[in-house]
Ligand binder design. Structure first.
Ligand code: ADP
Length: 392
């Protein structure tokens, strides 16, 4: 074998290269020859590829932008062009092609055609996309954490400075002690709740949450939650309408955690509704589930924030703008706790200024649970009738 055999060997290489698709085009960009890999990759028999313009293998978006013509133009006027892009198969599917295009010049330097060599790198492209998404979510979560730390510092500093000025007042005006103690109590409660929420986040992320399941009427934790947020509701002059089904709604759940869930939802409604707002609390049952809705006519949630409200450290812009307290962890705890109970929580809002609706769904306790529980009707004010044992 010597140098004169090389053209024939090159032709064999072009034909037999199993990874590289090779196309030869005339100066106008019509395909005149292609190898077997090219047929397989694009899904056309060679007879259908020959004579076809190169642009027909490009995606419609790239063809509209005249990328095929640009590629040949650059190849004709400079060195070869690297081109990595989506290309189109005969069946309309796409693959990520990496390769380059070369202008073929004769001795006089005149372009007599083009050669394009490419390979299917879809898997590499997909791996890169996955990596890019992972990097982005790490960066996002890092950014969330940084914002969270800034908010946390404010959240801790505000009650601390209130406590510090309280000490000063007591020192200078001993008669004010009892008023100041009330403020101390409120601020300490706030700090305590903050610490509890943070501990819950840590417990959830390390899988160390303990739930004390018991069969009970979900109206109890709902009533407790209403009671615990009532100072907030009264302070902001909100009206609360309750439409709670007048029968025990038995669930197998941790009543303390459920109270925490409903308090969070109600406190949010109170915070994100301008003073004098309207809050509605509904509890009903259907299809083996209890449904609890917390509805307000407040500031609402923009569509772009809706999918993220349950994510840890998410605080809506409007929340930050209004400098309401909160760390962006309340709704994430709501979702985690409800899901740990086999339920789900959803949010609905028609957008800014249109109010919000949160819906919690939990499975009703099943018949075995009901029978195993010596259940007593909890609230004397209710004209409650056990659905399983109608009054005779
Ligand atoms: P935060 O501590 O900020 O209240 P949450 O996790 O409880 O944290 O809520 C996350 C974000 O969801 C809030 O910052 C707010 O933008 C939005 N949000 C929650 N509840 C409501 C509501 N009832 N109305 C309007 N926006 C709400």
């Amino acid at each position: 074998m010597n140098e004169k055999d090389v053209p024939a060997l090159l032709a064999l290489f072009a034909q037999q290269s199993s990874e590289n698709a090779l196309l030869i085009m005339d100066p106008a960009g019509a395909i005149v020859w292609c190898n077997g890999t090219c047929e397989r990759l694009f899904g056309y028999p060679g007879s259908e590829l020959r004579g076809r313009p190169l642009r027909s293998l490009f995606t419609p978006e790239d063809a509209d932008k005249r990328i095929p013509e640009y590629e040949l133009h650059v190849a004709a006027h400079s060195e070869d062009v690297n081109n990595d892009r989506w290309m189109l198969r005969a069946d309309g599917s796409r693959f990520w092609a990496t390769g380059n295009t070369v202008g073929l010049r004769n001795k006089e330097g005149k372009v007599t055609g083009f050669a394009k060599i490419l390979r299917d790198s879809t898997d590499v492209k997909e791996q890169l996309e996955t990596l890019r998404n992972q990097l982005k979510s790490v960066a996002d979560s890092d950014q969330h954490k940084t914002r969270f730390l800034a908010t946390l510092s404010h959240e801790v500093r505000n009650p601390l400075s209130a406590l510090a000025s309280g000490v000063e007042i007591m020192r200078q005006q001993p008669a004010m002690v009892s008023d100041t103690l009330g403020m101390f109590e409120r601020q300490l409660k706030h700090l305590y709740r903050l610490a509890e929420d943070l501990l819950d986040v840590a417990r959830i992320s390390t899988g160390k949450v303990k739930l004390a399941f018991q069969v009970h009427d979900i109206r109890e934790p709902i009533a407790n939650a209403v009671e615990s947020v009532s100072p907030l509701l009264a302070g902001r002059r909100h009206r609360i309408d309750q439409h709670i089904l007048d029968v025990p709604l038995l669930v197998r759940a941790d009543p303390i955690r459920l109270e925490q869930v409903f308090s969070n939802l109600l406190a949010n409604s109170a915070k994100y509704t301008p003073e004098g707002g309207q809050i509605e609390l509904r509890a009903s049952t259907g299809a083996g589930e209890v449904w609890v809705h917390v509805i307000d006519n407040g500031i609402g949630i923009p569509p772009e924030t809706l999918p993220h409200v349950f994510d840890l450290f998410t605080r809506g812009d409007s929340a930050s703008a209004q400098a309401t307290d909160g760390l962006g962890i309340g709704l994430s705890l709501v979702r985690e706790f409800i899901e740990l109970h086999g339920g789900s929580v959803q949010v609905r809002s028609d957008g800014p200024g249109k109010g919000s609706e949160f819906t919690v769904r939990l499975p009703l306790a099943d018949a075995t649970d009901r029978m195993a529980t010596s259940y007593n009707t909890p609230r004397s004010t209710d004209t409650s009738v056990d659905a399983a044992q109608p009054e005779s």
